[in-house]
Design a protein around this ligand. Structure first.
Ligand SMILES: Nc1ncnc2c1ncn2[C@@H]1O[C@H](COP(=O)(O)OP(=O)(O)OP(=O)(O)O)[C@@H](O)[C@H]1O
Ligand SMILES: [Mg+2]
Length: 255
């Protein structure tokens, strides 16, 4: 299963939402930093051994591995490394030029994600119909479109998601789930407002979800605290858990 997360017109929050969602995902998962403009998490997070994220595994190596066709179902997992917070990360490229060099490989990378033994949560960065990573969106079980809970961001979301849905509809019916990042106290009102805006525009999208703006919890996650302890009770992580549940993911309770 491939879940894609993207923004339209650069609303901040995609990478943080993807990290929190991966941390609370109820099934084995890999977080793939597919943003062609470059990844951030290697700089923001620690590896499980306490040191920096190693440079010899990641998207660049994944692209090299699939260059001659798909080598096997384990290829995505092979390029992942464990972060201190417990998330398994395929780190992104360090600069946009690296991703341009393998832009023809995105359809194969998308197939590798769909075929992976674990769920893949992919951060596509800012997405429009001309983006090189559209094959990932087209192969997704869900496309989450993240926006800040501000009027201008919501208005751009309406316009840009409509265009994106038009492009996606030519390939497959991919469920689009709007996600608002904003203050928790206003979240239900913000969700209802966006649902109304999208409904008025005649857009058939999933009900809006929200992820609380919670800088302290985000910093703790990035610094390597496990979400299975007290961090899991923060607004951010509870929001991420609810987001996973809203996508139909149910927690697997061990027998
Ligand atoms: N839910 C959140 N709670 C607290 N802070 C957040 C949250 N989401 C985003 N931020 C803040 O906004 C900054 C940018 O967020 P993030 O890196 O997730 O955005 P992005 O859309 O991936 O941006 P870019 O275009 O740089 O890839 C983060 O470093 C963090 O400070
Ligand atoms: Mg990002």
């Amino acid at each position: 299963m491939l879940i894609s997360i993207a923004s339209v017109k650069g609303s901040p929050g995609v990478t943080s939402t993807a990290l929190a969602l991966a941390a609370m995902w109820p099934r084995p998962a890999v977080l793939l930093e597919a943003d062609p403009s470059g990844g951030d998490l290697a700089y923001r997070c620690k590896a499980a051994h306490g040191g920096p994220v190693a440079a010899n595994k990641g998207l660049l190596q994944l692209a090299a591995a699939v260059r001659g066709g798909l080598p096997g179902a384990g290829v995505v997992v092979d390029e992942a490394q464990l972060l201190a917070c417990g998330v398994s990360l395929v780190q992104g490229v360090t600069r946009a030029g690296q991703a341009r060099a393998f832009s023809a490989l995105w359809p194969t990378i998308a197939t590798a994600c769909v075929d992976a033994e674990v769920d893949v949560i992919a951060d596509l960065g800012r997405l429009d119909r001309a983006s090189a990573v559209m094959p990932l969106a087209e192969h997704s079980t869900h496309l989450l479109t993240v926006a800040a809970a501000t009027l201008e961001s919501v208005m751009h979301l309406r316009e840009d998601v409509q265009d994106l849905m038009g492009a996606l509809a030519q390939v497959a019916a991919i469920p689009v789930c709007p996600v608002l990042v904003g203050p928790d106290a206003r979240a239900s009102r913000d969700r209802a407002d966006l649902d109304q805006v999208l409904d008025d525009a005649g857009m058939a999208v999933w009900p809006t979800a929200s992820v609380p703006f919670d800088p302290k919890a985000l910093a703790r996650l990035e610094q390597g605290e496990s979400p299975s302890g007290r961090l899991g009770r923060t607004l951010l992580l509870r929001g991420a858990k609810a987001l996973a549940a809203s996508l139909g993911m149910v927690e697997v309770v061990p027998a």
